[in-house]
Design a protein around this ligand. Structure first.
Ligand code: ZN
Ligand code: ZN
Length: 105
């Protein structure tokens, strides 16, 4: 009785196990594809969103990190080395503090 039961239990799970392995394999592939897609999505998200995110600057008047805006149009500045370009009118501009409107540099 005991041996038969073990044999019975030994046979059935073996069959389902091989089928289960196939299932696990395809699940793993799907999972890997999803993970890669997520990773790529995050990578692109970082490039696009974080890349466009405004850099913060320390304001000596406010005493904390503030957003920099252009002096001419009060819009975010496209920053370059040592200078900024107004994102609205496209002219070179001074960057000013978004809160107190004073020069940042
Ligand atoms: Zn300020
Ligand atoms: Zn401007």
């Amino acid at each position: 009785m005991g041996e038969r039961l073990i044999g019975f239990l030994g046979n059935i799970p073996l069959q389902t196990e091989t089928e289960g392995n196939d299932m696990v394999c395809s699940y793993l592939i799907i999972l890997a594809v999803i993970l890669i897609a997520l990773y790529l999505g995050l990578f692109i998200y970082n490039k696009v969103v974080i890349g466009k995110k405004q850099k913060q600057h320390p304001c000596k008047y406010c005493g904390h990190m503030v957003n920099a805006i252009s002096q001419c149009c009060n819009v975010p500045v496209e920053e370059k080395f040592m200078s900024g370009k107004c994102s609205k009118c496209g002219k070179e501009t001074k960057t000013i503090c978004a809160s107190c409107k004073r020069d940042l540099y």
